[in-house]
Design a protein around this ligand. Structure first.
Ligand code: ADP
Ligand code: MG
Length: 292
């Protein structure tokens, strides 16, 4: 299965160009759409979910022109929005049963099996008798996945699900996504590099409505071999450094010195050592326009 996006553009009424000629093809597997806040990720995802029209461009899921056939698309779509509505004060078990009935699963045994299975894979079996309205953010996100999977979707869009989750909840959520990944197209947006590192076999980096890089995490890291350099500098040297070097990131040491990570095709200056590139370096090198 393949999702192809051609020349997609969107400018909001306030003049913000949220999608600037997006062209991208996404295949089966776990796809990470990585970008900072305001990059255009949610706009792109709502557009693929046919909840919002682009100004121009088209999107195909295999042969299906989805912007012209939103009803067909929605039959195979699972979409978890970045923010979702308020849940009623009903237990997880009952609410999933209810959604399953709406989906037309009328046989009680089939429905029980389905609901049990979905609660199991989303790690909510123990919470099935609790009200969904009392769930933590992470539990609500996982419940959202269970609800979405009732459709047996082929195209799954999950918009920034880990933003705001604590580390343990984030881990559980990533594990749930890992379970469902392999035979669907899963598009997963995030501003957290580690999410992509841990989960995705394919990715794009997006900012200001544009795709800055279309790669796989491993290829992207490999492409930076011998191009990332590190030097420990004093705190006051950092301002100077940012004008002299292509700085990827800085981090403090306990003694108040700074680790300077710098991009460079050759050694950027005295005292630098070559270090193994990480996906974080890839991300910052593209955001800062060091690689084009
Ligand atoms: P992301 O999900 O990557 O944070 P969004 O798609 O939400 O990015 O937003 C992209 C840009 O479009 C931002 O500058 C945002 O402020 C703007 N934007 C998003 N939705 C609207 C809207 N309904 N009206 C006007 N501007 C919007
Ligand atoms: Mg967003």
């Amino acid at each position: 299965m393949e999702l192809r996006i051609n020349n997609l553009n969107k400018t909001y009424d306030n003049g913000v160009k949220a999608l600037d000629d997006i062209n991208i093809t996404i295949s089966t597997g776990m796809f990470g759409l990585l970008g900072p806040n305001g990059a255009g990720k949610s706009t792109m995802m709502r557009t693929i979910a046919t909840l919002q029209d682009p100004d121009d461009g088209d999107i195909f899921l295999d042969e299906l022109n989805i912007l012209d056939n939103s009803t067909e698309l929605r039959k195979v779509l699972g979409y978890l929005p970045q923010e979702f509505g308020v849940y009623p004060d009903i237990t997880a078990w009952e609410l999933l049963q209810y959604f399953a009935s709406l989906k037309g699963i009328s046989n009680k045994k089939d429905r029980n099996e389905m609901v049990s299975y979905l609660l199991e894979i989303t790690n909510l079996t123990d919470a099935r008798k609790k009200s969904v309205s009392s769930f933590s953010g992470g539990m609500k996100q996982r419940f959202g996945i269970a609800q979405m999977l009732l459709n047996n979707p082929k195209l799954i869009i999950v918009d920034e699900p880990t933003a705001g989750l604590d580390p343990a909840e984030r881990r559980r959520f990533l594990n749930v996504l890992r379970e469902i990944g392999s035979d669907h197209i899963v598009i997963f947006s995030t501003h957290i590099v580690e999410d992509v590192e841990e989960l995705c076999n394919d990715m794009a980096i997006m900012n200001e409505g544009r795709i800055l890089a279309r790669t796989s995490p491993s290829d992207a890291v490999a492409a930076l071999a011998n191009k990332v350099w590190k030097k420990i500098v004093s705190r006051d040297a950092v301002e100077q450094a940012s004008t002299t070097y292509q700085v990827l990131s800085t981090s403090y040491n306990a003694d108040n010195t700074l680790n300077l990570r710098v991009f460079g095709n050759s050694i950027p200056g005295e005292g630098f050592v070559s270090v193994s590139p990480q996906l974080q370096d890839v991300y910052f090198s593209h955001l800062n326009g060091f690689q084009s």
